[in-house]
Design a protein around this ligand. Structure first.
Ligand SMILES: CC(C)(COP(=O)(O)OP(=O)(O)OC[C@H]1O[C@@H](n2cnc3c(N)ncnc32)[C@H](O)[C@@H]1OP(=O)(O)O)[C@@H](O)C(=O)NCCC(=O)NCCS
Length: 179
């Protein structure tokens, strides 16, 4: 663990450096992933985006995004993207960022966090595969990589249907109500 590096809130001015870090870590095709469909037209949850700086360099990032599941609009957070500069990987920064963000998400009152990622890594902070296939993603999905964490016991109960950005969910509900 790199002791002198710690998470600080991300600012709007960090966005170009965050995008450059994500391109380095995930490659230029990252925006084709299903998780990106869930962030389109949305903003990250206020107070839950963090970066780590090493001097002037931005070396790690995490954010959480609001999603709604199914017609009932079951609320959850989508964790990601999470990325650590390749030169600093394996020193505990990723786990530190997740623990920091998850603790604050819990303090904000959020109950359920979902993500698409490597199960053995995210298991280190308590994520587990979904126990059922009732939640659908808007796009291709490897279900072994579709993970969840309850910040409140029972928060997953009743969550079923298509996961969408809140604005898309609310738009569909409004259309259904209009007939
Ligand atoms: C994945 C990533 C965020 C991990 O951050 P990191 O700071 O390098 O990881 P940490 O130092 O916090 O964690 C290290 C531990 O996690 C393990 N780990 C790291 N990446 C892993 C992975 N993809 N799968 C399984 N275990 C992994 C390490 O083996 C190590 O385990 P140990 O403590 O038992 O030795 C970082 O490597 C990264 O940005 N990768 C490229 C982008 C990416 O793939 N992000 C999303 C992953 S789904």
């Amino acid at each position: 663990m790199t002791s002198s590096l710690s998470p600080v809130p991300a600012t709007a001015a960090d966005q170009p450096a965050i995008d450059a870090l994500l391109d380095r870590c995930f490659g230029m095709t990252r925006r084709t992933k299903s998780s990106y469909r869930l962030r389109e037209g949305s903003a990250a949850v206020p107070g839950l985006s963090f970066v780590v700086r090493d001097g002037a360099a931005l070396v790690a990032t995490i954010s959480f995004w609001p999603v709604k599941i199914g017609l009932a609009g079951h609320e959850a957070l989508l964790l990601g993207p999470l990325a650590v500069d390749p030169g600093l990987q394996g020193r505990g920064l990723g786990l530190m960022l997740m623990r920091h963000g998850l603790a604050l998400a819990k303090a904000q009152g959020h109950g359920l966090v979902v993500l698409v990622g490597d199960a053995p890594y995210y298991a280190k902070v308590g994520f587990a595969p979904l126990p059922h296939e009732a939640i659908l993603m808007p796009g291709p999905l490897n279900r072994a990589r579709f993970l969840h964490l309850e910040l409140k016991p029972g928060a997953l109960a009743g969550a079923s249907g298509l996961m969408l950005p809140p604005w898309r969910h609310d738009d569909i509900i409004a259309r259904l109500r209009r007939g």
